[in-house]
Ligand binder design. Sequence first.
Ligand SMILES: Nc1ncnc2c1ncn2[C@@H]1O[C@H](COP(=O)(O)OP(=O)(O)OP(=O)(O)O)[C@@H](O)[C@H]1O
Length: 344
Amino acid sequence: MSEPLLEIDGLDIRYETKDGEIHAVTDASFAIDTNEFFGLVGESGSGKSTIAKSIIGGLDDNGSVTAGEIRFRGEPIHSMTERELSERIRWKEIAYIPQASMNSLDPIMRLDKQAVELAKVHTDWSKQRAIDRLTELFEVVGLPGERIYEYPHQFSGGMQQRAIIAFSLFLEPSLLIADEPTTALDVIMQDQILTHLKSIQEEEDVSIVMITHDISVIFENCDSMAVLHGGQVSELGDVTRMFDSPSHPYSYLLQQAFPDIRHPKRDLSVIEGQPPQLQDEVDYCTFANRCPWSTDECVESRPPLQAVGDDNQYTSCIRYDEIEELGHRSPENTRSEVGGSNHE
Ligand SMILES: Nc1ncnc2c1ncn2[C@@H]1O[C@H](COP(=O)(O)OP(=O)(O)OP(=O)(O)O)[C@@H](O)[C@H]1O
């Protein structure tokens, strides 16, 4: 098998705060292959943006990688200097579109001029080449090429988001990380952006990591996915496999909360409880408190991410081989059968 494009390996990330340390990410591992459409899903505060920022060396000043490695084409990049990252990796190899990126274009400069400036700083391209590249990218994201001669304020929100995606691809990166790229947009615009991301992956030969709290967006668009809960990877692998047979209670319950055309009469479940505070060492399963099937063993140590069979699916649930059976029983009955889950 060829080497993955990006590998996150046993990653721990902490934030220093005046009230102590926040263990935002604990022992996270996943890999992204060349030309893959990868989804990173989890609820608010699960650590998605923290991981994304760490990949491009953009953690907030109080955050740091305290263990593990981030490798790009096999080379560790988490320990690169700011200069190395900005000269070799950021935008040229890995482009990151943060949440709320709507204001990231210069409002008082025409887009063609912004492209020429970008090319001047980062490449030896001619002015014409920069203009041609932006025109080509506008067409890939579904904007008429001639609109590159306009100002950002002449664009609607959805068009601005597409222009931002076009700019992020300008320097021909191999990996694009899009953090909640459609959250601020209406449903029709969301759908158009997602369709364009798919064609970008094919036409620009780029891998995409899409970050979202909406698992249905991942099921509909991605090849592989990682589910995050409380800074831990709960489940990882092929999207179809995880849709058909989730092997972690969190992804099982998320999947149950997603309307499925195959089971139109199924009740949609709600995941109860709050995510953990993450102030102390995370040496337990962060889903145990909310899990209908957790046992005392789930809070005694941190569950390892382990392979499910020989397929491309990994879970951090120690009861993974019982999930399907447990899911068919009532959570309340199950809880008393296995010894309770009140690890408050
Ligand atoms: N600069 C910071 N200082 C302290 N804690 C932080 C900081 N940034 C994030 N956190 C905490 O780290 C954890 C992970 O946050 P993160 O923003 O990565 O989650 P997320 O899954 O991207 O959430 P959202 O979808 O709301 O953006 C949360 O507990 C959050 O409060």
